[in-house]
Design a protein around this ligand. Sequence first.
Ligand SMILES: Cc1cc2nc3c(=O)[nH]c(=O)nc-3n(C[C@H](O)[C@H](O)[C@H](O)COP(=O)(O)OP(=O)(O)OC[C@H]3O[C@@H](n4cnc5c(N)ncnc54)[C@H](O)[C@@H]3O)c2cc1C
Ligand SMILES: *[C@@H]1O[C@H](CO)[C@@H](O)[C@H](O)[C@H]1NC(C)=O
Ligand SMILES: *[C@@H]1O[C@H](CO)[C@@H](O)[C@H](O)[C@H]1NC(C)=O
Ligand SMILES: *[C@@H]1O[C@H](CO)[C@@H](O)[C@H](O)[C@H]1NC(C)=O
Length: 486
Amino acid sequence: MPKRGNQKSFIGDAMRQAGGARSLPKNAPIAIVGAGFAGLAAASRLISLGYNDVTIFEATNRTGGRVYPIAFADGYIQLGAEYINGRKNPIYEIARNLNVLEADNDEEEDDDPLENGILAAGDCTVSQNDRNAFTEFASPLMDKYESMAGQGDQTRSIGQLYSQDYQRFLSNQRATDKKSVYDALTRLYRSSYEAEWSADWNDLSLLNYDQFDTGDSESEEHSMNKMGYKAVLDFISTNVSRDKIKLNSRVTNIDYSGNEVKIRLESGLQPKTFQAVIVTASLGHLKKFARSLFTPQLSRTKLTAIDTLGFGSIGKLFLVYNQPWWSQNTETINILPVDGCTTNSPATDKLFTTFHPMAWNNNVLQGWLSGSAPAAIDAMSDDQVKTAVTGVFRRMLRNNTIPEPTRILRNKWTTDPLFGGTYSYISVAAAKNGASFDQIATPIVVNGQAKVLFAGEATHPDVYQTTIGAYISGRREADRLFLGNW
Ligand SMILES: Cc1cc2nc3c(=O)[nH]c(=O)nc-3n(C[C@H](O)[C@H](O)[C@H](O)COP(=O)(O)OP(=O)(O)OC[C@H]3O[C@@H](n4cnc5c(N)ncnc54)[C@H](O)[C@@H]3O)c2cc1C
Ligand SMILES: *[C@@H]1O[C@H](CO)[C@@H](O)[C@H](O)[C@H]1NC(C)=O
Ligand SMILES: *[C@@H]1O[C@H](CO)[C@@H](O)[C@H](O)[C@H]1NC(C)=O
Ligand SMILES: *[C@@H]1O[C@H](CO)[C@@H](O)[C@H](O)[C@H]1NC(C)=O
């Protein structure tokens, strides 16, 4: 099949002569798969450009995708995206205009768990000396790894680099009996990378530091008030009327073998045909279903990119209590199970790392999961999570009166076939074989017409992972159809 760049078709030339561009006619039926930020941005843009026959097929019974605000008290708990990376981007602009940015967030996020907060180490006492020694060693590392971006072998993983530095640190330390304490601190330190990038740090290639670029400082993250992404979601949906969105409509096949694109739904239903379809399903979904979703099969380049680029997971747990049991001035509670220290500390204790009180509601403690923990926790029932999390607090804070949460709010991202995790990253394998987000983004052109286009966070070369990348990529593909730019 023709790829991008193969534009010398008869139809393309004819349209260029007639209209100056191969732009799709305004009444052309266009389908969008997915009503997340990419799908909504694409629809909104197409509608603004004058396209009057746009249909979004969304598998779930809601819009937003990985933006998932749920009503709680007088605000919204964000089960999905919560922060905005940097300022020089349209999502920050929208949030600022909507007045939902937290006023006091100009300073850089301090995501180093070792610098602040309680270290909850159970029956172990981690001496201030040990903590200082480790902090002195570990704190400069993130800057060091960032500065290695673009230099040397970019296929090395952060975990690999750390492991070398850590061995050096250990051999410089006299007291070898401290290893278990330093190992525990390493686990916590590791989580600051893994919760940021949604990747096992042994698979997080250095290339990410080279490619990921918000145009602002990398660690600059902005928080929003209790409306947060709910307000942003409503705003970007303004021009997309509800009748254009088909909920509970999972697409199981996109057949672009003919002149018109045929779509099959899980229900067996086959809607009318389309001139073009914009696919915004997550990379996690494509990893599972790319081979059955498209007829004919995607190109080898695209499939390799889908197979090898990374799609990992973070986890968010919202623990609701009748009243806070933590002290008023608690910033973060860092869980630090040290091997051999606390009696009856089960393996699940190591699933937990960082908790902090939710900014706008006193009764909620927010927990972050990373590495293999999100999948492990997703496999547990709410009651099992309640027991596990209460146990770890009681053991690590040595206080048996800490109550169970009354409710747990979460979404099981890893086991949901529509997501299969949280967001993408450049894996070691992708860094090695040159698989790129641009390869996923390349539209499929048939007879000079772009028939299948790709948007979504995993199609943006610089701000993948984010709502920003999702939003920009949706507009990009709408503009592509309008401009005949393929
Ligand atoms: C827990 C979590 C925390 C995050 N934190 C942040 C953050 O703080 N800041 C940030 O910028 N980003 C964050 N992200 C990432 C951000 O949410 C995503 O990058 C962004 O929302 C992706 O938008 P999208 O439109 O590309 O994909 P999605 O939001 O996944 O939208 C795709 C839509 O397609 C639907 N779909 C999939 N397959 C089919 C099918 N076959 N047929 C029909 N419909 C289908 C899905 O249901 C979904 O609604 C977070 C994500 C998660 C999960
Ligand atoms: C909605 O459409 C109007 C008219 O085209 C436009 O001015 C406005 O910016 C659009 N709003 C959004 C949120 O896209
Ligand atoms: C939407 O679907 C979820 C399951 O995915 C279900 O729990 C919820 O009740 C549904 N909501 C509505 C309004 O149908
Ligand atoms: C133990 O936790 C309870 C709350 O459940 C709190 O009131 C009490 O002060 C804590 N005790 C100690 C010693 O921290």
